[in-house]
Write a protein that binds this ligand. Structure first.
Ligand code: NAP
Length: 372
């Protein structure tokens, strides 16, 4: 049995990874070892009645005993440990959720429903570094795989609405704490629907900007607001999250020569789980709604096409409905009235912790287990 090390198992991505591996019975085919950067020697997860004691995630000799390492710990950990392991002579497989090594020449970005042929070629060529893609890009590509495979996209503008859990466990706790802080300052009388609502709106607006509002992690209020910047500032008007859009899309699709231009704005919204993206698509020709539906639903089993009407959109195309589901919602498809060009809008909504993070990692593990 292959020795598989799992790091970051209690974080946002790692806990969903563990849940999915248990659901799919993945632990029966591996000898699992759990590591921690903060709590080695303590009791880790209990799986099928087996108690795992946590190993030290910084102990290179212990990591080097693994055939495969899956890490959801974050970029700083990857930058520290991966080079040290290689230096130590380790030649196992590294499967990573962090962005640190995605654009590294040695790395293959994994999203098998979209780029399985590229993954298979990489395994055959001896690639040992497999990295999950950026969550927003991954979900948009899952939703639009049928258009991509038919080579119909000329360019894309992607406006994202990204959830708090996309930033990690501490951040989603902070969003909930912000909500708790605001509710705790209001009396039932103030919420009564009588008289002018303005005093209530003014009080909550002041509370959102008050010193007591917990903003230690995000650095700004998110409850009742948005944060129009995600990841670092590249200094050219783009955030690093926005830069990833084009770079990763084209790497995932293996389009070195004829790249698809992708640009947009990435915005954090007060959603608990699920990233949405309002995408403007310039297509190479007109594509009717029925053809679009056929293309996106035939490409793989994890797309739910939502007809472009109010009732269906409000019930099926929301983070509240899609959270926890492997199905990516694709809807609001309509032609835009821009010079009669084949320019369309579409909204994708998907669980960024599943297809946007954990699912490609566990599927890569299973691809490797069948091949090595
Ligand atoms: P996270 O929730 O912050 O977890 C990362 C680590 O933080 C945990 O493994 C844990 O390590 C430590 N930690 C400290 N305090 C914690 C607490 N109160 N609860 C849980 N863990 C705590 O990060 P993440 O969102 O899972 O992201 C991990 C990596 O995946 C990042 O590189 C991220 O960019 C990437 N990613 C995230 C998403 C997403 O939707 N969140 C999507 C795609 C990719 P120890 O147990 O060792 O202390």
């Amino acid at each position: 049995m292959k020795q598989v090390g799992i790091i970051g198992w209690r974080g946002m991505v790692g806990s969903v990874l563990l849940q999915r591996m248990i659901e799919e019975n993945d632990f029966k085919d591996i000898s699992a070892h759990f590591f921690s950067t903060s709590n080695s020697g303590s009791l880790g997860p209990v799986i099928d009645g087996v108690e795992f004691i946590l190993k030290d995630a910084y102990a290179i000799h212990a990591l080097a005993e693994m055939d495969i390492i899956i890490t959801c710990q974050g970029g700083d950990y990857t930058k520290d440990i991966y080079p040290a392991l290689l230096e130590h002579g380790w030649d196992g497989y590294w499967i990573d959720a962090a962005s640190a090594l995605r654009m590294d020449d040695r790395a293959c970005i994994i999203l098998d429903p979209v780029n399985r042929a590229i993954i298979d070629r990489a395994v055959n060529a001896g690639v040992k570094l497999f990295v999950g893609g950026n969550c927003s890009i991954t979900l948009s590509l899952m939703g639009l795989a049928g258009l991509i495979q038919s080579n119909l996209i000329e360019w894309m503008s992607v406006m994202t609405y990204q959830s708090a859990s996309g930033a990690g466990a501490q951040y989603v706790r902070e969003l909930i704490a912000q909500s708790y802080y605001l509710s705790g300052k209001l009396s039932p009388d103030e919420l009564e629907n009588s008289g002018s609502v303005l005093p209530l709106v003014n009080k909550v607006s002041a509370l959102i900007n008050s010193e007591g509002m917990p903003t230690e992690n995000f650095g700004a209020p998110l409850m009742g607001s948005i944060i129009p910047w995600i990841d670092s500032d590249l200094g050219d008007g783009n955030s690093r999250e926005e830069w990833k859009g084009e770079a990763e899309t084209n790497k995932i699709l293996g389009l070195a020569e004829r790249t698809i231009p992708v640009n947009g704005l990435c915005v954090r919204v007060g959603v608990i789980r699920c990233h949405s993206a309002a995408i403007t698509l310039k297509l190479k020709r007109d594509v009717s709604e029925s053809e679009f539906q056929a293309l996106v639903t035939r490409s793989h089993p994890w797309v739910n096409y939502v007809p472009n009407n109010k009732a269906a959109s409000m019930s099926q195309l929301t983070p509240a409905h899609i959270s926890g589901s492997l199905s990516v919602g694709v809807g609001r498809y309509k032609k835009m009235s821009l010079n009669h060009e084949p320019i369309y809008s579409v909204l994708t909504v998907g669980d960024q912790l599943l297809w946007g993070a954990a699912e490609p990692l566990r599927r890569m593990l299973n691809i490797l287990l069948k091949r090595i």
